[in-house]
Design a protein around this ligand. Structure first.
Ligand SMILES: Cc1cc2nc3c(=O)[nH]c(=O)nc-3n(C[C@H](O)[C@H](O)[C@H](O)COP(=O)(O)OP(=O)(O)OC[C@H]3O[C@@H](n4cnc5c(N)ncnc54)[C@H](O)[C@@H]3O)c2cc1C
Length: 463
């Protein structure tokens, strides 16, 4: 019998998609998904569930229901562990697939696509409805920040019977789901659709309100039974090399946020548009890749992404054996749209013209000492390898440095770890979750952390 193969052709054609900001991924027909779900072997020990998915989604069970075309049951199983599958099915790197047993000798099951078919079918057929608690327990909780961790915590606490108010500094809720991840990966209507359901379930949202500035943190601590900080890691890592003050050098997140705000009418003109410019992205991760796709859509003349680390291996590195999440080369939809990539390049200084505008970056090649498993350990400069990369715009996509010592951390007298993560004070009913408590990571991990911490909150406040 012919084996069903995993599908690789998931995106709309490049020539079409670079002309708009709509999601790049096309929806696979339901029949195709059923065939793909049937590839799941229903393993005795489901590593996808236990070792892969931080939310502990019961992958083999919902795959079996999807393969049978039983979408009601598939949605019931998926929604038991995951409140917002419509986010993860679009932007999760799918840690579950890295741990799928089919991936040991072949290719993993398309779990993320199965998840997408289940949740979108559920929305289509009106299965996704507000979950209101049977009784309110009389306790009030303030959640600060409405990124994935804040949203997940609000939903969990509301279902338990707490009255939840979410305070958000930005104009619209969603955190990095809305103002970081571009529309072409996550349509913002998907967030709005969910917010309507959350509001209907009794969760209150207060936007354009920065806690610590518009309302003090101590006020919240006095007026609520608990304060949950889900404020993310707002401070971007800088590149303090000569020439940093030149015009045309921006943080990646400012660039991405500006484009999103412009698409959704929050600003009339985008001040950070790359049209006609040669764009150099420093930092080889996903944020940099999102900048590449955005710059290409804006009409950049050239887009290049450079990275100090070496190019990862084409397939799973021995340093991350199955079922670990594999360290390997990843090529995003944005890379395929026309972004040149280079590795082993360290930046020395920015170069500029008389008008104070950046014109290039001087960089040099590095060579990495590797561990026996091939993991990079230490870089050394390659003599005589200096070169200039010409550009008109530089985007710094170098990660984040944690929560600043000033602001809410200071006001609420919270300790920070050496890496800038908030240390909660459960004795005072002040909690922290998501990126602000663990460092910049992934949407699915932020939500899994919210699940864990809200269980603790319920225990602390109700027992
Ligand atoms: C460009 C980019 C792309 C990414 N792409 C992916 C991806 O494809 N897949 C993936 O899994 N992960 C991705 N990530 C990582 C992911 O977005 C984060 O790990 C996740 O959003 C963290 O969630 P969070 O709720 O902890 O924080 P955030 O999403 O950062 O939300 C924090 C919220 O708190 C608000 N806030 C902060 N301070 C205050 C205050 N004082 N008062 C009120 N509100 C406040 C902020 O405005 C924000 O809305 C990406 C990250 C970036 C930067």
């Amino acid at each position: 019998m012919k084996q069903t193969a995993r599908i690789h052709d998931l995106y709309r054609p490049v020539a079409e998609r670079v002309r708009d900001y709509r999601e790049v991924e096309r929806r696979l027909p339901v029949e195709t998904i059923r065939e793909q779900a049937a590839r799941c072997a229903d393993c005795g020990i489901p590593f996808c569930h236990g070792a892969g998915c931080p939310l502990e989604n019961c992958v083999p069970d919902f795959n079996a229901a999807a393969a049978a075309g039983n979408w009601n049951e598939a949605y019931r199983l998926l929604s038991q562990t995951s409140f917002f599958p419509e986010f993860t099915c679009r932007i999760c790197p799918a840690l579950c697939e890295g741990a799928c047993c089919q991936g040991v000798a072949g290719e993993p099951v398309m779990i993320r696509q199965c998840e997408k078919a289940i949740i979108e079918t559920a929305f289509q057929h009106g299965m996704v409805r507000p979950v209101r608690p049977v009784v309110r327990n009389g306790r009030r909780i303030a959640v600060v920040g409405s990124g994935p961790s804040g949203l997940f915590a609000s939903e969990a606490l509301n279902r338990t019977g707490f009255s939840v108010t979410v305070y958000e500094a930005a104009h619209r809720p969603g955190g990095l789901l809305r103002y970081g991840i571009p529309d072409f990966k996550l349509d913002k209507r998907v967030i709005d659709r969910r917010l309507e359901i959350m509001k209907a379930s009794g969760i209150e949202f207060v936007t354009d309100t920065r806690i610590g500035q518009d309302i003090s943190g101590t006020y919240l601590a006095r007026h609520y039974d608990a304060v949950v900080l889900a404020i993310g890691t707002p401070a971007a890592r800088d590149l303090s090399i000569p020439g940093r003050e030149l015009k045309g050098i921006h943080f990646a997140l400012d660039f991405l946020r500006s484009q999103t705000r412009s698409i959704h009418g929050e600003i009339s003109e985008n001040p950070l548009c790359a049209k006609g410019q040669r764009v150099l992205i420093i930092g080889g991760g996903d944020t940099g890749s999102d900048c590449a796709g955005t710059a290409i859509r804006q009409g950049a003349a050239e887009v290049r992404q450079i990275e100090i680390m070496p190019m990862p291996p084409e397939s799973r590195s021995p340093s991350t054996p199955w079922p670990q999440w594999p360290w390997m080369l990843r090529t995003s939809s944005s890379h395929l749209e026309g972004c040149a990539r280079e590795w082993n390049l360290a930046s020395d200084c920015f170069l500029g013209n008389e008008a104070g505008q950046v014109t290039g970056v001087q960089a040099h090649q590095v060579e990495w000492a590797l561990s026996p498993e091939g993991r990079p350990l230490k870089p050394a400069p390659v003599a005589g390898s200096e070169r200039i990369i010409e550009c008109d715009m530089v985007l710094l996509a170098l990660g984040f440095t944690g929560v600043p010592a000033e602001g809410l951390a200071k006001e609420l007298e919270l300790d920070r770890t050496p890496r800038g993560a908030l240390v909660p004070a459960p004795d005072r009913h002040i909690y922290a979750l998501g990126d602000c408590a663990n460092g910049a990571s992934l949407v699915v991990r932020a939500m899994a952390d919210a699940k864990k911490v809200t269980r603790q909150i319920a225990k602390d406040l109700l027992s």
